[in-house]
Design a protein around this ligand. Structure first.
Ligand code: PMT
Length: 406
C-alpha cells in the first residue's frame, strides 16, 4: 500500500505519544520507509529505543547533528509525506506561526511534501479559539488535519481530544498519497430519511438508515473529494467528511440549495418524505381527543429543484427507490428531474435498499447508457456510482480549478 514511500513520523510531547509506536509499526507493515523525529517533549513520554526499534531508521531529535549538518532540509526534501502524531497545541501554534525551534518544526517548514497533522490534547485545549484558529490556518495552507476523537482522556476525563485511531490516520495518509480521481472536487451527498413532525412527539418517517449515502460520502472522500454530507442520521462520520445535520425535507432543501451551486457533484441518496402534515400540532396530541385528522401537503421535490437550477459542469445524481417497473419509473425520474445519472434500486428485492448492508442497482445515464451492479455491499455500490460519475465528468466536463483540501 505504501511501498517505496518515505514518511517522516513526527512525535510531539503528549500522553498519546505511545500510540505513535503502533502507527509506526502499521506504516512499516504497509511498506513505508519510516523516519522518526521526536521533540524534546515527546521524550518525556516515550523512549527513543522503542520507536527506533520499530522504524526504518533510528529516531532523530536534534538539529545539531555532526554527521548530517542540515538534517531538517534533508528530511523535508526527501519525504513523500510528513505525519505528526500526536500533535500538541504547541506544535500547532509553532507550525501555524512558522516558528522553527527544533528539528521537527524546521523539517515541517523545509518540506514541499504533503503534511498530515493529528492533534491530541484535552477537550478544553482543543476547543480553545487559539487552537481552532491555528487549525484553520493550517487547513487553509493545505495541511491535512485528522481530527481527534471523543473518548477517555488522560486523568480520567472524557471528551473530544483523543488521538485519532491509527487506522484513521493510516487511511488519511493513503488517501493523501493516492491523489484520487475526485481530487479537487466538492461532492455533496444526502443521506437518511427525513422526519416530518405531526406534533411535538410524533413524526412521519421512512426506513432509510443512511448507510448507502454514508458509503458514497466515504468513497468520495477516499478518492480525494472534499465531501459535505447532508444527513438525517447519526452514523460514524467517514474520514474527511463534513456533516450537516438536518431532520425535515424543508431543512434538507435549505441545506442542499445552499451547497449545490458550488458543488461539482451532487448525489441525492436520501429518502425524502413526499408528504408532510400541513402544520405540526404544538404539544402532544392526546389520545382521549379521538383519532386525529392529519392533513398532508406535498414536500418540495428537492432533486427536481436542483435539476432545474443545475450549474454548467455539475454532475447531478438521483436515486429511484421502486417496488415495481424499476427501470420505467427510474427513466421517467431521470428525465423529469434533469439528472445526469439515476441509481435505480428495487427495494422489494431481498438484501436491496433500505437498512441492508447490501444493495443491487441499475445505473441509467442521461446519455442512454445502462449498467447493472449485482448484490454487493453498499461501499461497492458507491464505488460503481462514483466510477460512472468520473466517466461522465471526463466525457462532458471542462477541467475544474482545484479546491483547497481539508
Ligand atoms: O439509507 P439506506 O437504508 O442505506 O437505504 C438506501 C436507499 C434505499 C434510501 C437509497 O438507495 C435510495 O433509493 N434513496 C432514494 C430514496 C427515494 O426517496 O427515492 P424516490 O424514488 O422516492 O425519489 C427519487 C429521487 O428524488 C431520490 O433521489 C430522492 O432523494 C429525491 N427526492 C424525492 C422526494 C422529494 N420530495 N425530494 C427529493 O429530492
Amino acid at each position: 500500500m505504501l511501498a517505496g514511500k518515505r514518511i517522516v513520523l513526527g512525535v510531539t510531547g503528549g500522553i498519546a505519544a505511545y500510540k505513535a509506536v503502533d502507527l509506526c509499526r502499521r506504516l512499516v507493515d504497509a511498506g513505508a520507509h519510516v523516519v522518526p523525529v521526536m521533540t524534546a517533549g515527546a521524550e518525556h513520554f516515550l523512549g527513543r529505543t522503542t520507536l527506533s526499534a520499530l522504524a526504518s531508521e533510528p529516531v532523530q531529535t536534534s538539529l545539531w547533528n555532526e554527521a548530517s549538518p542540515i538534517p531538517h532540509t534533508r528530511l523535508g526534501q526527501s519525504a513523500d509525506l510528513i505525519v505528526v502524531a500526536p500533535a500538541t497545541a504547541r506544535l500547532l501554534a509553532a507550525y501555524a506561526a512558522g516558528l522553527s525551534s527544533d528539528l521537527l518544526t524546521n523539517t515541517l517548514l523545509a518540506t514541499r511534501a504533503p503534511v498530515v497533522v493529528c492533534p491530541a490534547m484535552h477537550t478544553e485545549m482543543w476547543e480553545h479559539p487559539a487552537v481552532q484558529a491555528n487549525i484553520a490556518t493550517l487547513r487553509s495552507r493545505g495541511v491535512h488535519i485528522v481530527e481527534p476523537e471523543a473518548g477517555r482522556l488522560a486523568g480520567g476525563d472524557t471528551g473530544t481530544g483523543r488521538l485519532a485511531a491509527p487506522e484513521r490516520i493510516l487511511a488519511a495518509i493513503v488517501r493523501v498519497l493516492s491523489g484520487g480521481d475526485l481530487a479537487g472536487t466538492h461532492v455533496v451527498v444526502s443521506a437518511g430519511g427525513t422526519r416530518e413532525p405531526i406534533d411535538a412527539v410524533r413524526v412521519i418517517a421512512n426506513r432509510s438508515s443512511g448507510k448507502q449515502g454514508y458509503a458514497i460520502a466515504a468513497e468520495a472522500s477516499a478518492r480525494g473529494a472534499q465531501v459535505t454530507l447532508v444527513s438525517t442520521v447519526d452514523l460514524a462520520v467517514p474520514f474527511g467528511v463534513t456533516v450537516l445535520a438536518v431532520e425535515t425535507a424543508a431543512q434538507m432543501e435549505a441545506a442542499l440549495t445552499g451547497l449545490a451551486p458550488a458543488a461539482d457533484v451532487v448525489v441525492m441518496a436520501a429518502a425524502v418524505a413526499d408528504f408532510r402534515p400541513v402544520a405540526a400540532v404544538p404539544g402532544k396530541i392526546k389520545k382521549d381527543q379521538g383519532v386525529p385528522q392529519i392533513v398532508l401537503e406535498p414536500t418540495p421535490d428537492i432533486l427536481a429543484g436542483l435539476g432545474a437550477t443545475k450549474p454548467a459542469g455539475q454532475v447531478l445524481v438521483g436515486f429511484a427507490a421502486e417496488t415495481s417497473d424499476l427501470l420505467v419509473h427510474a427513466a421517467a425520474k431521470l428525465q423529469r428531474k434533469h439528472l445526469d445519472l439515476i441509481v435505480a434500486n428495487d427495494v422489494a428485492a431481498p438484501g436491496v435498499g433500505f437498512q441492508h448492508d447490501t444493495n443491487a442497482v441499475t445505473l441509467l445515464g442521461a446519455d442512454g447508457t445502462t449498467r447493472t451492479v449485482a448484490l454487493a455491499d453498499k461501499r461497492a455500490i458507491a464505488k460503481a456510482v462514483l466510477d460512472t460519475v468520473v466517466e461522465i465528468r471526463g466525457r462532458d466536463q471542462p477541467p475544474h480549478p482545484p479546491l483547497p483540501t481539508s
